[in-house]
Design a protein around this ligand. Sequence first.
Ligand SMILES: [Zn+2]
Length: 684
Amino acid sequence: MSRLDFRIEATAAGSRARAARLRTRHDEVLTPTFMPVGTHAAVRSQRREDLLTSGAQVLLANTYHLLLRPGVEILEKFGGIHGFMNWPRSVLTDSGGFQIFSLPGSRTLCEEYAEFTSYVDNARIRLSPERSIATQKVIGSDIMMALDQCVPSTVEHGVARSAMELTHRWAQRSLAARGDSPQALFGIVQGARYADLRIESARAITELPFDGYAIGGLAVGESSAQREDCTAIVTELLPDDRPRYLMGVGTTRDLLEAVHRGVDMFDCILPTSLARQGVAFTSLGRRDLRRAAYRGVEGPLDPACGCYTCKTYSIAYLFHLQRVHESLGWQLLGLHNTHFYLQLMRSMRAHIAGGTWLAFYQTQRTVLDARDSYGKPATHLTRAALRKLKLKRGRYEVIVRDEIGYIRDTTSGEVMHLGGGAPEEARTLYVEQSRLIERLQDGAAEPLVVWDVGLGAATNAMAAVRAVEGARAVDGSASAPPARRLLLISFEIDFDSLELALEHPRLFKHLRHPAPHALLAKSRWTNPSSTIEWLLFAGDFAVRKFDAPAPDIIFFDPFSYKADGALWTLPAFRELARLCSHRPVELFTYTCSTAVRSAMLAAGFYVAKGRGTGPKAETTIALSAPSSDSARRHELLGAEWLARWSRSDAKAPFGSRDDDASACNAVAEHPQFTAPPATPELPR
Ligand SMILES: [Zn+2]
């Protein structure tokens, strides 16, 4: 019988997720659970009190490291790890297999044991299944692990098979060595990334009377999709009445996916190791506190978190601690991250028990992966990896060029931002030409209103958000950040392209930020200092534009008039011109089509040449009648354009009838040509 009295309390419909409890020699453990890693009998820079307060139930310690330092004599003297570190709750010890085979240094392996060189004194040390169990008995852990041969999940099949078979033989020896000790013992399923080996290993290990079963050898080189597949294959074969432990995994998203596939227990060094790099896991996704955007930002790291760090300090202070390499910064971030992981596990448990798991799972898998930074550079995408990605949604598909994703409209064949590189084009065409940052510093009291027509994959809107965040960072310590608030309003009728892009953060790096996730979920995002408010107006722009506050700047970026004609017609521009007739408005768009420009002119806009970008030699700027001020900054179309237009076959404004002479007259007689602004044009 099991030494852990494992009982399942609830299972989730439509999922393998389960909530359970088990009893160790020290206390009761509620699952799913996360075990903070105390490699050397200490969780990096975390006090015991903070771990207890955060609700850590089980600590993980490493047999390999404790064997070398402090050594079994010291542990024996203090009555094991519980006495040594004064830890009142449960402890699980890793067998040493992972460290022997993953740490640098020479090692030899034979049927009997693995031999490695101590990093403490260069002594040669033999670790056999029997010695590993003997050491774990001295450590006094509640749950011991059988010694395994852990190989990278990417090794060849033959290598994986022999490591797996040795692991099976060592599993039997570990059980025999445990004898009648009251300590629980888990067996480990190996088999690298090979489904056939994983199945074989799961069958072999579960034939042995372990108290629980672990999935080992993952999180060492495979993709997250491979890991999730392996996990699902193995959990299906594990008995329901024993706890399941996925070793060494992972990010918050990885944990969510594994719980969905039936795993109960986890350990990972990420909460504390990433804290050292300034990275925080939060309810809004990952935050990288090394980013200058966080300088001076008020409010807590995670408004939804109740940890000591979030209750006590501002983001600005945590940013500062990172900047000056103060160890308190690592400690505070590590405390938050550990608390967040433990809280996340409690939330998962509550949703499984409460019957709301699937909805929770669906929302969290996007939220937890949201990034505010690029994080680690993406690994190279192989063709095989690309084929596995789901690259279609609705009428849109992702095409990939040089590991950058672009959204293609399959009905028209048009590709958003192709050629220029989306973020660059967005910055040049929309953010720089509109002088967005300068205008936010002009001291006006009311917010600067920017309409983003055609949210698409949020490329233009995110270029604006990042530019404002970046401007706040580089404005120097003496001067104030932009005083004027930005009110960004995105119009979109079809969210498939954004949802598709959000599923592929490696291909759409501009979306690694909490903002687009929040916008999709709540139609609104505000930055921590409330200097940016981003609203989503869902529906047809032709209708929704009347509901929005009047704009100062318009990023006009729907699909082209060939694909998405209605927005580019003379009647549509007339309506827009009327809305803008009482205030200076600058509209920026990527086309330089004669039919579109003449529609803008006939509608009453002044029309100027916009900057070229990528393959486009020229783009277009439309100015509302009262914006004569800004007309001086732009190069209005002049006599030369008018001459070309009058010779053109397609001079009728787009969306006007061919026989509509008044529309053509409105172009020919536009004041821009008949009475150009008195002030000479400035050089561009
Ligand atoms: Zn916190």
